[in-house]
Design a protein around this ligand. Sequence first.
Ligand SMILES: NC(=O)c1ccc[n+]([C@@H]2O[C@H](COP(=O)([O-])OP(=O)(O)OC[C@H]3O[C@@H](n4cnc5c(N)ncnc54)[C@H](O)[C@@H]3O)[C@@H](O)[C@H]2O)c1
Length: 450
Amino acid sequence: MKLAVIGTGYVGLVSGTCFADSGNDVTCVDINEEKIEQLKNGEIPIYEPGLETIFKRVRREERLHFTTDIAEAVPEADIVFLCLPTPPGGDGQADLSAVIQVAGDLGSLIEDYMVIVNKSTVPVTTGDRVEGIIGEQLDENLFDVVSNPEFLREGAAVDDFMKPERVVIGTGSEQAAEMMTTLYEPFVRSGNPIIVMDRRSAELTKYAANAMLATKITFMNEIANICERVGANVDNIRRGIGTDSRIGPRFLFAGIGYGGSCFPKDVQAIHHTAGKHGYDFQIVDSVMKVNEYQKTSIVRKMEEYFGTGDFNGMTFGIWGLSFKPETDDIREAPALYIAEELVKRGTELLAYDPEAIGTFKQATSEQVLANTTFVHDQKDALQNVEALLICTEWNEFRRPTIDSIAEELDNHVIFDGRNLYDLDRARETDVAYISVGRPAVNVKELEPAE
Ligand SMILES: NC(=O)c1ccc[n+]([C@@H]2O[C@H](COP(=O)([O-])OP(=O)(O)OC[C@H]3O[C@@H](n4cnc5c(N)ncnc54)[C@H](O)[C@@H]3O)[C@@H](O)[C@H]2O)c1
């Protein structure tokens, strides 16, 4: 099929590349001229494992094209994917301006029957709105608007796209459902389902999934906070409940809060949608509050350890800036909040991340930039610092043992927001090791009372 993908970010570029790999002819459109120029020159603007190999292959085979001109891509297409940003608007609702603007452009570009697919995460009834906008200019038999929410995870996006656990297609049109099923069949050969449902349910499915996952993480973070107060270990509890098949073992790792481009905005947006329709979605309201608290929990532990909230003149090392490993995405990353809070209190930072230094620099404040030295070897963040803070669970941070870190780390203190190291190993060192929901090691004052 001929496909047009409007919006060439994480979702658009991965979808476009993978659809081209399954034999389609894909044109990706973006308003960002620099990005399109880069892509035309064979440079990939995001870090996503596995993407480059497929990208090079489909470019060589001339199945993936790039343009800034929507009119070059849409008229020829059988299916148009909207992979546009839907960031949080002022009061938490999703900002749909890009989707609405592009919908307005589409009417005049459609000549033969075409399926318009919304892959962006959009509030329920957005499909109706898009249909209305296009319908103002066009006979409704010439197009269908479908919801096809995307569930890929950054850092594993190519794998997720190539082997989705499920594909959700929201439409009442048999013709559109058939075209979408044909398009996705190569990706579900191992038997995973393509679930066709009504459009509103499909839109809400995406929010329900993200709200559920954010709630699961947050629930474990609250259990961890209780563990710290009663002298229990959240790792044991995870094993104890994760073996219950009704609960399952995944997404039960305590840490310093969720971030990223999706969970925070989608949780806010579903809360807003519920409110707009007269329902107070209380669980997600709590999830948002707890997550805010959790993101700076490491700073409160530092206050407790140093016996003061005044860190003026101190220097800290930070490992991990991205919101999770295997991505350079720093949107809503806990490291952004922690760096801001520490620099406000007069500290200097030595920061290391395998991929996200560039994106972090673009997103953080002038004040953080002025007080942070970015280092390109993780060991360099251990020199002349009061403590090491671990904010992202990159695999390369797990590899050195805690004893080898201790050899390099000037003051033997680690605040680990991602529970990377074994407590028994830590006990054999002289490192003060303070993690999440587990007993603090080699720290007398922080060990809970019997
Ligand atoms: N990133 C993820 O992991 C992920 C996963 C599932 C769903 N989603 C959803 O997919 C959507 C896109 O997310 P993303 O992470 O790819 O965003 P992104 O910010 O990485 O990419 C969006 C792209 O759209 C372009 N754009 C903006 N306005 C445009 C316009 N009028 N015409 C053409 N291009 C335009 C931007 O320049 C940018 O390149 C969002 O709704 C998001 O919630 C994201």
